[in-house]
Structures are given as structure tokens and as C-alpha cells.
Design a protein around this ligand. Structure first.
Ligand SMILES: NC(=O)c1ccc[n+]([C@@H]2O[C@H](COP(=O)([O-])OP(=O)(O)OC[C@H]3O[C@@H](n4cnc5c(N)ncnc54)[C@H](O)[C@@H]3O)[C@@H](O)[C@H]2O)c1
Length: 417
């Protein structure tokens, strides 16, 4: 494919601004910089076509350029219609990557872009949320044999892959990058924790201190969102369905209660479950006037938009990315970023250093898949790659750690000592 002629993007004249954003991010991505040197030398993807379906912003662009530096021909599409940054996509095309994406794509355009990405006949893929892998299996079964394998970025995508695997429907090997320690411990927790509040605060310009924040879902992301809300001075309520995670929230110092009870108290609501219909009509009916609703889970189904629309007597955009739903009794509920991932649709996504780690994992996982011979199915990231990324991050920050002595290693491996 020819990046300039074949791409479907908003405006190539935005490329210079996109390149500036990419350069700023890359200057804070020492892990990708190190891997770029290695990949330029070793060319692990020489002659391969790699399709990347991720949130298209500056950090992702640097991953695409890293894969390109490893010898691949690269094409990209968005994993969410509202997280694409048009200038960054233009910058990518300018750098020789074919792109099919623009911010605010309709449902039809979004799926057409995924189709165009598959027209590229990739041999390896990086997916985020499973939309590309689903389109591949559903619409292009003939192309499955062309795929050497791929990597999945997020919790929701892994759930979908495991559901496919359980039904015997998954026909390619996929590495579960999300399940690496260096992914969920840092990206899901600290990345989501910081970027969700960045997204909410820059969109609303409202104070968090002294308010009540309701976090629905206390998984890796929810823990980060709750922790950072507490740090900002909020009182935090957690809603969970898993009793063990609910107990964890209690021992972390938070109140725990069902959503309909928390609904009466919250000033901010953040859903981050990967599930659907987590906040619905009974909760909207009792929320305070002015409650702010944001979602950080992968799809825009966690806060029920159909229920909100049905209840509302009017809907209007009151500020960029804030929709006001006026209830029959006059209360106003504010939905951010149309219920899509607030940190990406209403911000720049995770902090750069976090994505440097996540994308180092992605690059190493892609290399392992391309060079290995994995059977179809979901595969864990090899532990040594996880540890390598942790060591790279520690070393980039100037930290070093002790090594086990041979005696300690033997002691830990024995049962008679
Ligand atoms: N915004 C981002 O940048 C970002 C980053 C990483 C992951 N994600 C997405 O966030 C979501 C959560 O990811 P995670 O890694 O925290 O997952 P996780 O599996 O660790 O946690 C999800 C939690 O939600 C709980 N839950 C499920 N249904 C619920 C309900 N109805 N009410 C209350 N709690 C419920 C589960 O019990 C679980 O504890 C996924 O969709 C994932 O893809 C988003």
C-alpha cells in the first residue's frame, strides 16, 4: 500500500503538529528508543505486513514507527472512534505508515476502516479490545491462514479472545499482553488512575477535593481511579459484584455499597468494569443535580445511554465533550465523552512513561509471536520479557536491584533446608 494514496485520514496538512506530539512523547520513551536501536540492527519484522488497531495518539504512533524500524510495512486503524488524534494520524502517514482513521468516525466509517486495514492482508496484528480480530474471523476467514499471530492490549479484548477460544473459534495465536505484570500493574492501575482524572478535570474544570466519587468496578483500573481520587481529596465509594474485590476496597479504606445506594451520594461516577449496564435507570432516578458521569471501561455500554435518553426531557452539549441530560424533575446529569473511555476520548490517554512500558511489551510480544511457532489460542507473555521490561524501566530511572546468590537460589528451590 502507498501511505499517501491509500490512507483514509482527515487532513495530511496536520502532519507537522502530529510529528511534534510524537517527538515529545518519544523523548520520554527510553524503552522504545532502546528497542528501536535493537530492531533497526536485527530487523525482526523484515518484509512482514503488520496491522495495528489501537488508540491513535502520539505514544501509539511511536510503537508503529518502532515496528516499522524493525523492517515491517505498517498500517493502522483506530480501536475507538473518539480517541483518534487527526494530527498524529497525519504525522504517521507522513512517516510512511498507511492509516485508516479519523476522530469522530461513525459506526459505519469505523468498521469500514477496520475492513480497509484487513485489505492490507496483515501477517501479524496488534489489537485493542478485539474488534479487529472479530472482523478478521467473521468477515475474512480466507485470510486467517495468512496470520502468523498477534497481541491483545486490554482486559476486554482478552475476555473476548478467551470466549472465542472456549468455543474453538479462535484460529490464530494471540499473546495476552494485558495479562503481563508490567501491563496491568502499571498501565491499568497507575496509567488509568492518573489519566482518568486528567480527562475528567480538563473536561469539566471542576474541583475533586471534598466531593464524593463513586468508582464502579474495583479491578486493576478501578483501584487506580479510586487511589487517585483519594489523593485528590475526594471521599470514595466503591461498587463491586466480586465479594473479594469489595473486601479489598473496604480494607483499602473505602466505603462499599450497591450502585443504587451510591447513586444518591456521588458527585462523580466512574465506571471501569468491562461489563455492560452498570449504571442504569434506577440510579439515574435518584442522583443529585449536577452529577458527572464518566466511563473508563473499554466500550461505551457501562453507563446506560439508552436509559439516560429515555429519561431525559432534553439533551444538549453544554461544554466540549459534556452532554447535559435534563431529568423531568429538573435535575441535570452530565455525561462526559459520550460515555466512551474518558481518558482517551477526552484527554491524551495514559502518561507517556506508562505507555513506554506497555508498548515495549507489545513490541517484544509481537517479535515473540512472529519469530515463534505458537498454536492458535491465547498465550501468556513469557516471564523473561515481562522482567526485561521492568529492568529497562528501573534502569531508565537509575534504580538497580540485588540479584539472588547461588546459595539463595538453591535454598528457595529446596524443601529440606
Ligand atoms: N481507560 C483505559 O485506558 C483502560 C486501560 C486498561 C483497561 N481498560 C478497560 O477497563 C475495563 C476494566 O479493566 P480492569 O483491568 O480493571 O479489569 P478487571 O477484570 O481487573 O476489573 C473489572 C472489575 O469490575 C467488576 N465488575 C464487573 N461487573 C460489575 C458490575 N456490574 N458492577 C460492579 N463491578 C463490576 C469485576 O468484578 C472486576 O473486579 C476493561 O474494559 C478494560 O479493557 C481501560
Amino acid at each position: 500500500m502507498n501511505p499517501v494514496h491509500d490512507s483514509e485520514i482527515r487532513d495530511i496538512t496536520l502532519a507537522a503538529e502530529g510529528r511534534r506530539k510524537m517527538d515529545w512523547a518519544f523523548a520520554h520513551m527510553p524503552l522504545l528508543a532502546k528497542l528501536r536501536e535493537e530492531f533497526q540492527r536485527e530487523r525482526p519484522f523484515a518484509g512482514k505486513r503488520v496491522a495495528i488497531c489501537l488508540h491513535l495518539e502520539a505514544k501509539t504512533a511511536n510503537l508503529a514507527l518502532l515496528v516499522q524500524a524493525g523492517g515491517a510495512e505498517v498500517a493502522v486503524a483506530a480501536s475507538n472512534p473518539l480517541s483518534t488524534q487527526d494530527d498524529v494520524v497525519a504525522g504517521l502517514v507522513d512517516a510512511g505508515v498507511t492509516a485508516f482513521a479519523w476522530r469522530g468516525a461513525t459506526e459505519e466509517e469505523y468498521h469500514r476502516h477496520l475492513g480497509r486495514l484487513l485489505d492490507f492482508h496483515p501477517e501479524a496484528i496488534i489489537d485493542d479490545g478485539g474488534d479487529l480480530i472479530t472482523a478478521l474471523h467473521r468477515d475474512r476467514p480466507d485470510q486467517l491462514r495468512e496470520i502468523r499471530g498477534g497481541c491483545e492490549e486490554t482486559t476486554t479484548g482478552i475476555l473476548r479472545l478467551r470466549a472465542m477460544e472456549a468455543e474453538g473459534a479462535l484460529k490464530v495465536p494471540m499473546m495476552a499482553v494485558n495479562d503481563a505484570y508490567c501491563k496491568y500493574l502499571f498501565d491499568n492501575r497507575y496509567g488509568t488512575g492518573q489519566s482518568v482524572w486528567d480527562g475528567i478535570m480538563r473536561t469539566t474544570n471542576l474541583l475533586v477535593a471534598g466531593k464524593t466519587v463513586v468508582v464502579v468496578g474495583y479491578g486493576w483500573c478501578g483501584k487506580g481511579v479510586a487511589m487517585r481520587a483519594k489523593g485528590l481529596g475526594a471521599r470514595v465509594i466503591v461498587c463491586e459484584v466480586d465479594p473479594i474485590r469489595a473486601l479489598e476496597a473496604v480494607m483499602d479504606g473505602f466505603s462499599v455499597m450497591p450502585v443504587v445506594e451510591a447513586a444518591r451520594e456521588g458527585d462523580f461516577f466512574v465506571t471501569v468494569t468491562g461489563n455492560r449496564d452498570c449504571i442504569t435507570r434506577p440510579a439515574f432516578e435518584v442522583m443529585k443535580d449536577g452529577a458527572v458521569l464518566a466511563n473508563a471501561g473499554h466500550f461505551d455500554v457501562e453507563i446506560s445511554k439508552p436509559d439516560l435518553r429515555e429519561l431525559a426531557v432534553s439533551v444538549r452539549e453544554v461544554r466540549h465533550n459534556i452532554e447535559e441530560y435534563r431529568m423531568p424533575d429538573g435535575r441535570r446529569l452530565y455525561l462526559l465523552a459520550q460515555g466512551r473511555l474518558v481518558n482517551l476520548a477526552s484527554g491524551d490517554g495514559h502518561p507517556v512513561e506508562v505507555m513506554d512500558m506497555t508498548f515495549a511489551l507489545q513490541a517484544l510480544a509481537l517479535r515473540a509471536v512472529v519469530e515463534g511457532d505458537f498454536p492458535p489460542g491465547v498465550h501468556p507473555l513469557p516471564r523473561e520479557l515481562d522482567e526485561r521490561v521492568a529492568r529497562m524501566r528501573l534502569s531508565a530511572w537509575g534504580f538497580s536491584v540485588d540479584e539472588l546468590t547461588p546459595g539463595q537460589r538453591a535454598y528457595l528451590a529446596s524443601w529440606q533446608a
